[in-house]
Design a protein around this ligand. Structure first.
Ligand SMILES: Cc1cc2nc3c(=O)[nH]c(=O)nc-3n(C[C@H](O)[C@H](O)[C@H](O)COP(=O)(O)O)c2cc1C
Length: 334
């Protein structure tokens, strides 16, 4: 199989409950170039044989990086082999999630305190798969929050063969803050991530956290190799439609919102035929018309009608009539 060339200039973050395969299919329609990440997949669940449900996706979503959460080298080695079988383009290890459940499994952000173990995990993954391996981490945890500790962590893990670090530019408090609070309360320190790039120029450093606009993304791209957008890309997916032209120099016309929905409909029909409920797909469209006249009607129609049993694509067609059609010079997509 020929794999897509990975360009991490702009990626969409792994987000549990958000970046499932249906969301990724839609986000791929928005941008041909952005690298998409799966939700975190617990290594243990794959190990226990739930691969098909956890790993299946459509080839149209590529390039897609799969994120695993785990701390057992044997399990992660198995996951790495499965990731290759399923055709993913990158394997990412979660060293940033502060949730209590994840800590109880001794993975996620608490692994920042164990760089030697993370290096061992990277080695195990690399020995079982030829895919690029990356780590998504924070700038620190708890009291271990100075730059020296971050640099030591990165150096140790890089020595095991990880060439790319995606750094959420906030520390995480492992006790006392919920995962949600850990995404807003600790201050953003972009300077730390930029310094990593200066100190480790041979590594690929991707900055994540708090980016809301492509102008902010471009500003960071002057100092780091890539940016990763999480909440803004999901809540306002039309932002991604601008990415190809603005960040990847793709001269093709920017798709319109209506064009994107129309392009998503055949996929939705296939999924409905396979027994997937409409709301599993429409929930990823709620923010599409953000800031446009009719956005609220769009959202409430999709939420209320999309959830009814037996709901089909007519719900989306009705919702489209509630939003003003954009003035579009070239409503071309595809
Ligand atoms: C609902 C939600 C779920 C998330 N799930 C994951 C996850 O599975 N793995 C992970 O590494 N980060 C996860 N994150 C963190 C994001 O990947 C990202 O690091 C964080 O939201 C900061 O980026 P942003 O400010 O652009 O949203 C999640 C964030 C949100 C909002």
């Amino acid at each position: 199989m020929t794999r897509a060339l990975i360009n991490r200039r702009l990626s969409v973050a792994p987000m549990m409950g958000c970046t499932d395969r249906h969301a990724r299919y839609f986000l791929r329609l928005c941008s041909r170039h952005a690298l998409l990440y799966t939700e975190m997949v617990p290594a243990q669940a794959v190990w226990h044989g739930r691969s098909e449900r956890l790993l299946a996706y459509s080839s149209e979503e590529s390039p897609v990086a799969i994120q695993f959460g785990g701390s057992d080298p044997v399990q992660l080695a198995y996951c790495a082999r499965m990731a290759e079988v399923y055709g993913y383009d990158e394997i990412n290890l979660n060293v940033g999630c502060p949730s209590e459940r994840v800590q109880a499994g001794r993975f996620g952000a608490c692994l920042m305190a164990e760089p030697g173990l993370v290096a061992e995990l990277i080695t195990a993954i690399r020995q079982s798969s030829a895919l690029p391996v990356t780590v998504k981490t924070r700038i620190g945890i708890d009291q271990q929050d100075d730059y020296a500790a971050l640099a030591e962590f990165v150096e140790c893990v890089a020595n095991a063969g990880c060439g790319t670090f995606i750094v959420h530019a906030r520390k995480a408090w492992l006790k006392g803050l919920s995962p949600k609070e850990n995404r807003t309360r600790p201050p953003l320190r972009y300077d730390r991530v930029q310094r990593l790039k200066r100190d480790f120029p041979e590594l690929e450093i991707v900055l994540n956290g708090g980016l809301r606009t492509l102008e902010q993304a471009e500003e960071q791209l002057a100092a780091v190799d890539g940016v990763m957008l999480g909440r803004e890309a999901y809540q306002n997916p039309y932002l991604l439609a601008m990415v190809d032209a603005q960040l990847f120099d793709d001269p093709r016309p920017v798709p319109t919102r209506h064009g994107l929905v129309q392009a998503y409909l055949p996929y939705i029909e296939c999924q409905l035929a396979a027994g997937v409920r409409l709301s599993r797909m429409t929930r990823h469209l709620l923010g599409l018309y953000q800031g446009m006249p009719g956005a609220r009607a769009w959202r409430s129609h999709l939420s209320a009608r999309g959830a009814r049993s037996g709901a089909g694509v007519e719900v989306i067609e009705q919702a489209l009539r509630l939003v003003s059609r954009e003035v579009e010079s070239a409503a071309v997509f595809g």
